[in-house]
Write a protein that binds this ligand. Structure first.
Ligand code: BDP
Length: 719
């Protein structure tokens, strides 16, 4: 059923004329060459054409292969293959040497293919031939697959398929999704049912669904997936055991057909827990040997294995600190084990003290990642990528950008985002995250080098040169973007159906970080909900407003953390205030916020490049939305908006709750334009959000009224 295929549902296009135009080209399919990626591309094209246009394309691949093209039946076709292979045939056919085209595409000059000689494995072109044929050309098999999905997207979004001259290259080599799935079938911070991969201890029971997952994931250009939780429990530690690898390999096989490399999250203490050694010291030769042997076996069983994801010395996870070693020692030891197989270590920088004394104001969790990792810049081996959360704390709805992202110049990095909505409404509330992610990617600290650049390794040569590094220090860049998955066994994948847009959007941004949040949102709407312009206009407004709405009824002005402990859903202003997690707002009767200035606070502001550091240093220059993240201020301080802090809190809570209710009204306005099931289930979530936003409003307003004693200037009811 289309519903269960998210944006690859391929419902029949309603516009008959459009269907006819597409069908004229899509009636014939020629796939040049063989291989798993090409097979996946062919299958997907057939499926899409059949669904969208209602006609099975005639597959002429075999005829084309045999060179028995029937010139009499000449007409446009879709020609799919590796750029090099197709070009060779193209050149031949243009010179009349072979009849490969089965009548298709002849006439487009070979010179137009000249630029594709430099294509990497994942790059692709979509080209129109003179007779209207469409050529889907990849540098490698992955490129072919992406070309096929790119073309299908054109059809789904009602695009013009004449005169195509598209060339696409991904901005980053690493475009990764991390699952926090546990072997028992649960998902840490999962809000869409259970694990797709695990079921009661077994891995890969739901192969059909995993295949659909691979299709969806490849369709947005994701090429790496870690299947298990970064918190690796005993059961998942055992995934490295030879008897469990067969299951892992079965899953990896399916992902590989879609150009996706499987990664495993590993337990740093696995040599002890699994290997029976007495230590996991990364500098111990027996430990290194255990990892080498284990990794050899993993890579033997899983061709194209991606590598390891590691959460070490964080939130009670074991790590190199236990042995007096640093994170470079730990990461490099694993990197050496993976290097002969081309694998990568994704080492997480979410390292901080989760047992701090809340009475001690000097320890600032926000400083931790920078403090731990900046001194190690340049110390990591070539196949280590440091994965850095977008903010210094933990995926709050508003945080400044992590200064570590811009600070590291000689280390490969990946920006870590959280698609699963742990702190952004848990897929019960609508929160389209792309506007926030775009702000992160575009942030530049004042010197023009953005986070998007840093994640792509751009402009880093300058840094290397500056410290005298020569060509041998320049390495192949492996970094990029990674994100925590928001999918599960729910039939619509994401619980809140509109949360699919975050999954879709993450992949599209990882492919091209300069695409706009709105353009990506519109694409998703067309693919998932159809081509009705009223639906599109309504839903895109809902998506684009939703992050601001969520922010406006939850924790104000960047302070964060006013949620219920543990599950993190719903308001609880002091829930984390007297806890060891480093998550405080310091509200008292005079004011609120965390002083992170250099002059009088924790010094965190000083971790930024000069321009940003100066901006954040004083309340006068700090942007309003981050004021309480950086400063402790009185309730009657005036913001740049002209309002006092307290009045801002009241106004935005009232507005936020109203606007949340407005989302429901918008959705209701398109009720009869949506499939009934989609309408009903999203409506239920929006109704719940509207109600819940009032709870947030009331609890926050009451708290701050009681703390400050300052009434609402507009006299609204505060309990
Ligand atoms: C926090 C989550 C926790 C994760 C942790 C992490 O609450 O479940 O294990 O991040 O990223 O946001 O390691």
């Amino acid at each position: 059923e289309a519903y269960e295929q998210a944006w690859l549902g391929y419902r029949r296009l309603e516009d008959e004329a459009l269907r006819a135009r597409y069908a004229a080209v899509c009636g014939r399919l020629i796939v040049v060459g063989e291989g798993a990626g090409l097979a996946s591309a062919r299958l997907e094209l057939r499926r899409a054409i059949k669904g969208l246009l209602g006609c099975e394309p005639v597959d002429l691949s075999a005829e084309a292969e045999a060179g028995v093209g029937d010139e009499g039946a000449a007409g446009p076709a879709i020609v799919v293959g590796l750029a090099d292979a197709v070009r060779d045939i193209w050149v031949k056919s243009a010179s009349g040497a072979a009849g490969m085209h089965a009548g298709a595409g002849a006439g487009a000059g070979a010179t137009e293919m000249s630029d594709i000689g430099t294509f990497g494995d994942e790059d692709y072109a979509i080209r129109s031939g003179n007779d209207g044929s469409v050529y889907l050309l990849g540098g490698g098999e992955k490129g072919v697959l992406y070309a096929a999905f790119g073309f299908i997207r054109l059809l789904q979004t009602g695009g013009d398929i004449r005169g195509l001259q598209t060339v696409e290259r991904p901005a980053y080599p690493l475009r990764m999704i991390d699952h926090w799935d546990n072997a028992d079938g649960s998902v840490e911070r999962g809000y869409a049912g259970g694990s797709l991969f695990f079921n009661d201890g077994r891995l890969g029971e739901r192969m059909d669904r995993i295949r659909d997952y691979a299709r969806l994931t490849a369709s947005i250009g994701i090429n790496a997936v870690a299947v298990n939780n970064v918190n690796v429990h005993a059961e998942e530690t055992r995934l490295l055991a030879p008897e469990r690898l067969a299951d892992v390999a079965r899953v990896a096989d399916v992902l590989r057909e879609y150009g996706i490399a499987l990664y495993l999250s590993v337990n740093f203490a696995a040599p002890i827990e699994l290997g029976g050694l007495v230590t996991a010291d990364p500098l111990d030769t027996a430990v290194a040997a255990w990892w080498r042997d284990t990794t050899d076996e993993v890579c033997r069983r899983i061709p194209g294995f991606g590598g390891y994801v590691v959460k070490a010395d964080s939130e009670h996870r074991p790590g190199p600190f236990t042995y007096g070693r640093d994170h470079a020692d730990g990461a490099n030891m694993l990197a050496d084990a993976l290097a002969p197989h081309g694998g990568t270590v994704i080492w997480r920088c979410f390292v901080y003290d989760c047992k701090q004394d809340w009475r001690d104001r000097r320890t600032d969790r926000a400083c931790a990642a920078h403090d731990h990792f900046m001194p190690l810049d340049g110390a990591f081996h070539d196949n280590v990528v440091l994965q850095i959360k977008h903010g210094p704390m933990d995926f709050q709805v508003r945080e400044p950008v992590s200064p570590l992202l811009l600070g590291l110049r000689r280390t490969q990095i990946a920006l870590e985002l959280q698609v699963t909505q742990e702190y952004t409404g848990q897929q019960r509330h609508l929160c389209y995250l792309l506007p926030m992610w775009k702000e992160v990617l575009d942030f530049d600290g004042g010197d023009g080098r953005t986070v998007a650049d840093a994640a792509g390794g751009l402009k880093r040569e300058a840094g290397l040169e500056a410290r005298g590094g020569g060509a041998d220090e320049r390495r192949e860049w492996r970094g990029g973007l990674a994100a925590v998955a928001n999918v599960g066994t729910d039939l619509n994948w994401t619980g809140h159906l509109l949360a699919q847009a975050n999954w879709y959007g993450f992949g599209r941004l990882a492919w091209n970080p300069s695409a706009s949040a709105e353009a990506i949102g519109r694409e998703w709407i067309r693919m998932a909900l159809g081509l009705d312009p009223t639906v599109e206009e309504t839903v895109i407004r809902m998506l684009m407003d939703s992050h601001a709405i969520y922010e406006s009824y939850t924790a104000p002005l960047g302070v964060g953390w006013m949620v219920n402990p543990n599950h993190h859903y719903g308001p609880n202003v002091d829930g984390y205030e007297y806890s060891p997690w480093g998550t405080y707002h310091y509200a008292d009767r005079y004011g609120i916020g965390v002083d992170r200035s250099v002059a009088t606070g924790t010094g965190y502001a000083g971790q930024y490049p000069a321009f940003a550091a100066a901006m954040y240093e004083t309340p006068q220059t700090c942007p309003d939305e981050l004021l309480l993240f950086f400063h402790h201020v009185s309730y009657d301080m005036r913001l740049k908006s002209g309002k006092t802090v307290i009045q801002h809190i009241y106004d935005t809570r009232f507005e936020g709750a109203e606007r949340a209710a407005g989302l429901l009204t918008s959705w209701d306005s398109i009720a009869d334009r949506l499939p009934a099931r989609v309408y009903v289930e999203v409506r239920e979530r929006l109704a719940c959000q509207a109600e819940h936003a009032q709870e947030w409003r009331d609890q926050l307003n009451s708290y701050f009224y009681r703390k400050s004693g300052i009434p609402d200037a507009r006299g609204r009811t505060i309990y």
